[in-house]
Every structure is written in C-alpha cells, then in structure tokens.
Design a protein around this ligand. Structure first.
Ligand code: FMN
Length: 235
C-alpha cells in the first residue's frame, strides 16, 4: 500500500457521529446546535463530551446552564441536522424553521428533540479550553429512546433506528452489518448431536433460556429509561 503523508496534519478520524445538541439558557430560551466533535469518554460513570467554539450562539447558553441533550438524528432528520449546523440562534429560530418540537427531558431542564429517536441528557462536569474549541465533559444522567425500537423482550434495536454518520464533510447512512462485538474470537457453536431414541424417555427436560433476537444482553429494571442499560459492546 503506497501512502502519502499530508504536509499539515489535521483531524482525520472518520466517521464520527454528527448530533443535534439541544439546550436552554436561564431565561428559558432554547436552541439546537449541530456538533460532530462529540463522543463517549467513560463507561462508568457514563460520560460524553461535546467540543464547541466560543463564537457559537450556543456557547454562553452551555456555560450558563451546565446542561445539554445530545440527540442522535436518524435519516429523516439529516436536513435539520445540517441546517442547525449552518444557521445561528442569533438569526433564526431553528425549531420553527425545521418544524421540530421540544420534548421534556427526565433530569435536565434543557429540552430533548421530540423527533429524535435517541436523546442523551448530560450535565457538564468540566470545561477544558483546548484551542479553537472548548471541550465540555459531561455526565450522562438520563437516556430516552423511541419505544418503537424496543421489542417485547425489552431489547432496544439500535440497528433499526437508521442512524447517520458524518465522514469528511458528508452525511452517510450506515451500511450492512459486518460483524458484532467480539465476533472475531467467538467460538462457532458445535454441531447438534443426534438424539438417541432412548434419550427422550430418560433425559431431564431443560427449560430454554430466552435470548433476545440481536443477541444483546439488555439488563433492565422496569425503570430502565432513567438508568440506561449496559450492552456487550460497552467497554
Ligand atoms: C456537520 C456539522 C458539524 C459541526 N460540528 C461542530 C462542532 O463539533 N463544534 C462546534 O462548535 N460547531 C460545530 N458545527 C458548527 C455549528 O453547528 C454552527 O456554527 C451553528 O450554526 C452554531 O449555531 P448557534 O450559533 O445557534 O449555536 C458543526 C456544523 C456542522 C454542519
């Protein structure tokens, strides 16, 4: 493989999520800002970050409130995702322009975006000035998901949501599933042994352990929307 080194290094980690961050200032004014510099930074406590430039209309709102909601857009929200990243609260009401509605968060006072399938409520714990962007480190205090993606066994099907990724300036849908966490080392199930005729009379009957259809363990209490769930891929 012949590789060419760029003269000036830059950010080249792609794809990344592009998310719609909703927030509210002390006066009650709300806004949505698109953020691609975002991600998970700790499993326990669950923590996420967003990096925001000081000149964004949302910046003082974030500093003042110390709260925000990360809304994951699906394919239907891509236009709004882009719009909220190229227009400012200083000029327009993005909720109105994009026909979006404020939802109620369970813990923070910032609104969720009703139309977003996943809303992650965050409380800022630290602000790190890095250069062009300040990094807002935050604890995830609640997660809300669209219940149409939860099956009768309480498994949440993230693969059905139609999430989008951002790659080097483009919004992309996610393609085919290529594998799942740990599949490279997972042992293949042994071929089933043929039953002997005598087995059926004497062998004790074992109750089948139900496994959710995507093979993900979804440990949930009745109140899981407030606590979230840990899955196989969590690190
Ligand atoms: C795909 C995309 C990703 C963006 N990512 C960021 C980001 O990570 N941090 C940031 O400060 N601005 C980012 N922006 C720019 C802001 O969303 C944009 O300046 C927005 O208009 C600010 O809105 P506001 O003034 O209402 O806060 C992004 C824009 C787009 C389109």
């Amino acid at each position: 493989m012949a590789k060419i080194a760029f003269k000036k290094p830059g950010n080249f980690i792609y794809p990344v999520p592009a998310v719609m961050v909703s927030l509210k200032d002390k006066s009650g004014k709300t806004n949505i800002l698109t953020v691609a510099w975002t991600g998970t930074i700790c499993s326990d406590p669950p923590m996420a970050y967003i990096s925001v430039r000081k000149n964004r209309g949302s910046y003082p709102m974030l500093v003042e409130s110390g709260e925000f909601v990360i809304n994951l857009p699906d394919e239907k929200l891509v236009k709004a995702l882009d719009y909220c990243g190229v227009r400012s609260i200083t000029k327009v009401d993005k909720w109105k322009e994009m026909g979006l509605h404020e939802g109620t968060a369970t813990v923070v006072s910032a609104p969720t975006i009703e139309e977003a399938p996943v809303s992650i409520e965050c409380k800022v714990t630290q602000v790190l000035p890095l250069g062009t962007h300040d990094m807002f480190l935050a604890e995830v205090v609640a997660v809300q998901v669209d219940d149409q993606y939860i099956d009768e066994k309480d498994a949440f099907h993230m693969d059905q949501v139609g999430l989008v990724a951002y790659s080097h300036g483009d919004y992309m849908s996610l393609g085919e599933k290529l594998g799942s966490f740990g599949y490279s080392v997972r042992k293949k199930p042994l071929p089933k042994k043929k039953k002997k005729a005598s087995d059926s009379k004497t062998a004790p009957q074992k109750k089948a352990v139900s496994k959710n259809p995507v093979g993900r363990s979804v440990k949930r209490s009745g109140d899981w929307k407030k606590t979230g769930s840990r899955k196989k891929g969590d690190k």
